[in-house]
Ligand binder design. Structure first.
Ligand SMILES: Cc1cc2nc3c(=O)[nH]c(=O)nc-3n(C[C@H](O)[C@H](O)[C@H](O)COP(=O)(O)O)c2cc1C
Length: 245
């Protein structure tokens, strides 16, 4: 059977079996988005009927921020949980799901501003009574973000899966902190032949982590399709991959 026919059969089966997952995500510098591409491919290959809603801001946020002073200002504002207004979500997202995956980056130890806006505006309508699995992309410091998100989701009436999926940048400290700051400030620390580039080969997640996200999608999809209760799901945090294990 060709791959296309197999995919059609899998999709048809998911509609019959009726396991529907909504992914709601925000991604500023494409790291969460790239992880989700792999995760979603894995989920769909296991037969999950998947809807992906990408949150976008009313005013586009430029990446990189561009200068050191404006990067410092953004970090201070996000530390104070500044909200970034978002466009309306598609009406289709407001229904009952088998699971909602809420995905996005850590910003100054908090959920990102667009996700905070989402929780303020649509949180109760979207998450009340739903099983919610948080997915976090970060440099390495996700716990405060997760606790904050957990409490906000709880206020919305969500059933939170207490074991989040977390991906940290694999480059060791202090290089990843300096590297992320320089990248946001508009430098390209990983490019060229500078001594810094030797310690900081890439901004963000590795190719191995993208593959790990795909395999995780397969495993999660298998659990969902075989009727595992969301409350029984367990993930190592951060997700271990060859590059950061
Ligand atoms: C304003 C800002 C603040 C950040 N603060 C943190 C932080 O406190 N902890 C952390 O681990 N990563 C932090 N990061 C790094 C991002 O979480 C990380 O680069 C993530 O992979 C970006 O995902 P995205 O491309 O999907 O937005 C911050 C990034 C930005 C833009």
């Amino acid at each position: 059977m060709s791959l296309a026919i197999t995919q059609c059969v899998v999709k048809a089966w998911s509609i019959v079996a009726g396991k529907r997952v909504l992914v709601v995500s925000y991604s500023y510098s494409h790291q969460t988005r790239n992880l989700l591409k792999g995760l979603i491919r894995g989920l769909e290959e296991e037969g999950v009927d998947l809807t992906w809603e990408r949150v976008s801001t009313v005013q586009a946020l430029r990446f990189p921020i561009g200068t050191i002073p404006s990067t410092v200002v953004m970090m201070l504002k996000t530390f104070l949980r500044k909200r970034y207004p978002i466009k309306p979500l598609k009406p289709i997202v407001f229904k009952q799901w088998d699971m909602i995956i809420l995905a996005g980056p850590t910003w100054s130890y908090n959920p990102s501003g667009p996700i905070l806006s989402l929780l303020d505006r649509d949180g109760e309508k979207l998450f009340s009574g739903q099983s919610v699995l948080p997915l976090i992309s970060c440099r390495g410091y996700w716990r405060v973000h997760f606790w904050g998100l957990h409490s906000l989701l709880k206020k919305c009436g969500a059933k939170i899966i207490c074991s989040p999926i977390v991906f940290s940048h694999p480059t060791p400290e202090p290089w990843r902190t300096i590297g992320v700051f320089l990248k946001l400030a508009g430098k390209d620390p990983e490019v060229g032949t500078s001594w810094f580039g030797k310690f900081y080969p890439k901004y963000g997640h590795s190719r191995i982590q993208m593959e790990r996200a795909y395999r995780l999608g397969r495993e999660l999809g298998h659990d969902i399709m075989s009727g595992t209760k969301p409350s029984e799901l367990q993930f190592q945090a951060p997700v271990r991959s060859e590059a950061n294990s």
